[in-house]
Design a protein around this ligand. Structure first.
Ligand code: GLC
Length: 573
């Protein structure tokens, strides 16, 4: 091969589309996905059994919520050992099998990396309590504010935990306070200590060498706190006058505990670990997905800058958080464009509508609108992220106070817990109509199975002539079409209920998506909006309760936007 050909081969390889670009990610909540050993808790072997199902959906990468050793105070988000598998989930061998099977079928596995805090059962914390060598400063310790009578000092300042109550807990043994931005059993690591930084990088390296394709990084904005003053004290956060309850997280504005400038550099450093690993070991890109509920300006910073690469997928929660109270087409339209306008050149937009921390899509927007939202998610330009169960439109399950297990809710009281509890969105996955929805053979599952599982499950939807699942799969296939993969996005808010957009790439089919968020029907002349489309349109896929069915041929001048229905059309030349 001459040098010129070699160079062009190199260039085409270098520019070949990577698996995650415009990719489709699926979140597995391991406790609730599939229980293979009948103890009522999902596990790794259960996930392995279902990898083919995920692959068949058309997913590129599955990220699994934490699977490491944990006392499960926050269901795995309290890690007791980053190098061991939690016993209820299986063994390291099970994990290796899972990775092997995923590799065989061409599905990428992403692990959840929880860097902000460990469990208080982690060896590092135990050693830190004892002030053992390097571990002494692994966490954020403080004497507190001394009292005249020499009794237990007051907490260092007014910082509040996300899960309620002061973010500082007194440790009787070390006679100091430690910081915990979540549960008291989740002490915050001290990222101003280079030894912590290195220890956490080693965790990444270990799992990369086991064969994972990347990480979803948890609770990113919390990693750094403001540096203490020279006398060691930390400033109070300003008080929010609209939230007088001093134990509630809303009581302060989190200007010293969230979004500190050092956070971005840490993300860029981790990206470097991923890139170096690929350079040294070959294979496909290893990727980073970052979880940060923060403003869009900050989200964009995670992507990186001219000189440094950052997160491949800085989760965009804007659609999720900004549409909870205002679910109008206009509001969706605004937030779609807000993000698209900000995404840096050569980066991918991404869209998240659900996860294990938020109410399910079908419960938030109404069951009727489940397909509409899936159609939106899958036809926007960029990367789509789906929480397990949304493909069959699972709904939240009411869990009474006395059965509630989520620490965020348990720290509240029977009157208000429902607005804090994340249990309703975490109930077992509904596979079929057998006992416990085919999730488990146990007499009791860790959270109750939804009462509707006999009429809403994967098996039934696979066999039904039309179903949420069929729509979901069709949408994922559609994303391979050049117009969706690389085409332009031209949208319009037609009226207060309806958004339409066109996806087009020269030389390929033209698609038009019509989304009616309202509860009344509208007639739309799509030809007058997009003059370049053919006079006829064919329905590719549409919501369950649509007046159309797949394959219908419609006049482009007179399209019905049925209530709460999304439809994808292809233009007929
Ligand atoms: C993230 C997780 C959430 C967890 C919290 C603390 O937000 O998604 O489930 O409780 O971090 O780790």
């Amino acid at each position: 091969m001459n040098r010129k050909r070699l160079k062009s081969l190199f260039l085409s390889l270098a520019t070949a589309k990577q698996w995650w670009e415009n990719g489709n990610f699926y979140q597995i909540y391991p406790r609730s996905y599939k229980d293979s050993n009948g103890d009522g808790v999902g596990d790794l072997n259960g996930i392995t059994q279902k990898l083919q199902y995920i692959k068949d959906l058309g997913i590129d990468g599955a990220w699994i919520s934490p699977i490491f050793k944990s006392p499960m105070v926050d269901f795995g988000y309290d890690t007791a050992d980053y190098y061991q598998i939690h016993y209820e989930y299986g063994t390291m061998e099970d994990m290796e099998n899972l990775l092997k099977k995923a590799k065989e079928i061409g599905l990428k596995i992403i692990l959840d990396f929880v860097p902000n805090h460990t469990s208080d059962q982690h060896e590092w914390f135990k050693k830190s309590v004892l002030k053992e060598g390097d571990y002494t400063d692994f966490y954020v310790w403080h004497d507190g504010i001394k009292k005249d009578d020499n009794s237990q000092p007051d907490p260092p300042n007014n910082w509040v935990s996300v899960f309620r109550y002061p973010a500082w807990k007194w440790n009787e043994q070390r006679k100091q306070y430690y910081l915990h931005q979540f549960a008291a059993q989740q002490p915050d690591l001290n990222y101003r200590n280079p030894k912590v930084v290195e220890a956490m990088k080693n965790v990444l390296r270990f799992w990369l060498s086991k064969g994972v394709s990347g990480f979803r990084v948890d609770a990113v904005p919390f990693m750094f706190e403001v540096a203490p003053f020279s006398n060691g004290s930390y400033p109070d956060e300003p008080v929010n006058p609209d939230c007088p309850d001093k134990d509630d997280y809303c009581h302060t504005f989190h200007i010293y505990t969230n979004d500190q400038p050092e956070t971005y550099d840490m993300i860029y450093q981790w990206r470097q670990i991923l890139d170096e690993f690929r350079t040294e070991n070959g294979g496909d890109d290893r990727v980073m997905l970052t979880e940060a509920y923060t403003n869009l300006t900050n989200i964009i910073k995670f992507y990186g800058n001219e000189t440094r690469n950052g997160s491949h997928v800085p989760f965009n929660f804007d659609l999720l958080t900004e549409t909870i109270t205002d679910q109008t087409a206009a509001n969706f339209h605004t937030h779609i464009h807000k993000f698209l306008d900000l995404v840096p050149k050569h980066q991918y937009a991404n869209w998240v509508l659900g996860n294990h921390d938020n109410n399910r899509v079908a419960s938030r927007y109404g069951k009727n609108r489940a397909d509409l939202l899936n159609i939106l998610l899958q036809t926007l330009p960029g990367i789509a992220v789906t929480y397990n169960g949304e493909e069959i439109a699972m709904t939240d399950v009411f869990i009474p106070w006395n059965e509630t297990v989520d620490p965020q809710a348990c720290n509240t009281n029977p009157d208000v817990f429902q607005s804090f509890s994340r249990d309703p969105a975490r109930t077992p996955f509904q596979w079929d109509a057998s006992t416990n929805a085919g999730f488990s053979t146990a007499r009791k599952t860790w959270l109750p199975v939804s009462a509707d599982y006999k009429t809403n499950n994967v098996l039934m939807q696979q066999h039904a002539p039309i179903s949420h699942l069929h729509i979901f799969k069709k949408l994922l296939k559609l994303r391979d079409e050049p117009s969706f993969d690389q085409g332009t996005f031209e949208s319009q808010l037609v009226n207060s209920d309806v958004i339409v957009y066109k996806r087009e790439l020269t030389g390929s089919d033209i698609y038009v998506v019509v989304l009616n968020f309202g509860t009344t029907s509208h007639q739309i002349d799509l030809k007058s909006i997009y003059s370049g489309i053919g006079s006829k349109l064919e329905v590719i896929t549409t919501s369950l309760q649509s007046g159309y069915k797949d394959g219908d041929l419609i006049q482009g001048t007179n399209v019905t936007a049925y209530p709460e229905v999304g439809t994808v059309f292809v233009s007929i030349k």
